[in-house]
Ligand binder design. Structure first.
Ligand code: PBG
Length: 327
């Protein structure tokens, strides 16, 4: 026989050979771990739809941060859940609010860990929307003022990076100008530039108590339609033009094509958010013994890197950091 074909299997013959030709990796440096902070004392409450993830009061957060530091996780992203919510989300920009306290506490005990502040109003408003409501509409420009106040307050508390997730138009321009005006021109903006109106955020809304409680009962007038691809490039371009330093694509797994599109069309550091529903599905299957959790998680995160993400926000960060140091 004199067949002509390529022997691809030559490069798969052993683990040593495979690791030599491997193209994508997860590193600890790629990981960002989300944390939910509540008021009160001695609270470490597991989120029922996110096994292994908790709401922490400040004292418990201190203990958790030691674990995160030991695992060499470089960055955390913080979500605050205040006791008091109102229509303007005033606790979001209270210099003594729960998130501001958490930022100050982490920077005091772990100055080397990057603290990313999620800048949004939905955890702070009684209606659960990411902006101000008027006549059942989420109004854009008035909301920007509150978001700027929130970002400035977070920067004052010591946040290293501001991560606006609210999807109001012009939020990067407004926050950049607001930060610069208060001499925070060196604080980068990690923009949730491409954020879809996704059912995969369900468990997060339990964790952050942030589901819309008055009409409109979804976020479809400000977050993107999952059916759209070109729109992602428009959202990306606006945030680049407005001065974003990092871009986020969210969610991760059903949107790997979008991550690739954004990677091919911009040169900013790119982040993908492996969201709560993606975490919950893997956990549920793993708890039933239906899948090999470690292999599934590594495969999923590697696919995000392969799609073009540089960093990954993931509830699996602690597990992955442990696995990486074991291997
Ligand atoms: C706040 C925000 C949300 C998430 C991150 N920031 C929820 C939402 O937009 O409803 C979701 C994260 C996750 O599901 O893990 N706007």
């Amino acid at each position: 026989m004199n067949l002509q074909f390529n022997r691809h299997r030559r490069l798969r013959s052993s683990e040593t050979m495979r690791s030599m030709v491997r193209e994508n990796f997860i590193r600890k440096e790629d990981l960002i771990y989300p944390l939910f902070i509540v008021e009160g004392e001695n609270i470490k409450k597991e989120i029922s739809s996110m096994p292994g993830q908790y709401q922490f009061s400040l004292d418990q957060l201190e203990i958790e941060m030691k674990v995160i530091a030991q695992l060499n996780i470089p960055a955390v992203i913080l979500f605050g859940i205040p006791d008091h919510k109102d229509d303007l989300g005033t606790e979001a920009y209270n210099d003594n609010g729960i998130l501001q306290k958490a930022i100050r506490q982490i920077k005091a005990s772990h100055p080397d860990i990057l603290v990313i502040a999620d800048t949004c109003l939905c955890e702070y408003t009684d209606h659960g929307h990411c902006g101000m409501i008027e006549h059942d509409c989420v109004i854009n420009d008035e909301s920007l003022e509150l978001l700027v106040k929130t970002a400035v307050s977070q920067a004052k508390a010591g946040a290293d990076i501001i991560a606006p997730s609210n999807m109001m138009d012009g939020f990067v321009a407004a926050i950049r100008a607001g930060l610069d005006e208060k001499d925070f021109e060196n604080i980068p903006i990690m923009s949730y530039a491409v954020k879809y109106a996704s059912a995969f955020y369900g468990p997060f809304r339990d964790a952050a108590d942030s589901a819309p409680r008055t009409g409109p009962f979804d976020r479809k007038t400000y977050q993107m339609d999952p059916a759209n691809r070109l729109e992602a490039l428009r959202e990306m371009q606006s945030d680049i033009d407005e001065g974003a330093d990092f871009l986020i694509v969210k969610p991760a797994l059903s949107y790997l094509d979008i991550t690739r599109d954004v990677r091919n069309n911009c040169n900013l550091p790119l982040v993908t958010y492996n969201v709560s529903g993606e975490y919950a599905m893997v956990k549920a299957a793993a708890q039933n013994g239906w899948i090999d959790e470690k292999r599934i998680v590594i495969e999923q995160l590697t696919s995000m890197k392969r799609a073009g993400a540089d960093m990954i926000i993931t509830y699996f960060a602690k597990d992955v950091a442990k696995w990486l140091s074991e291997d």
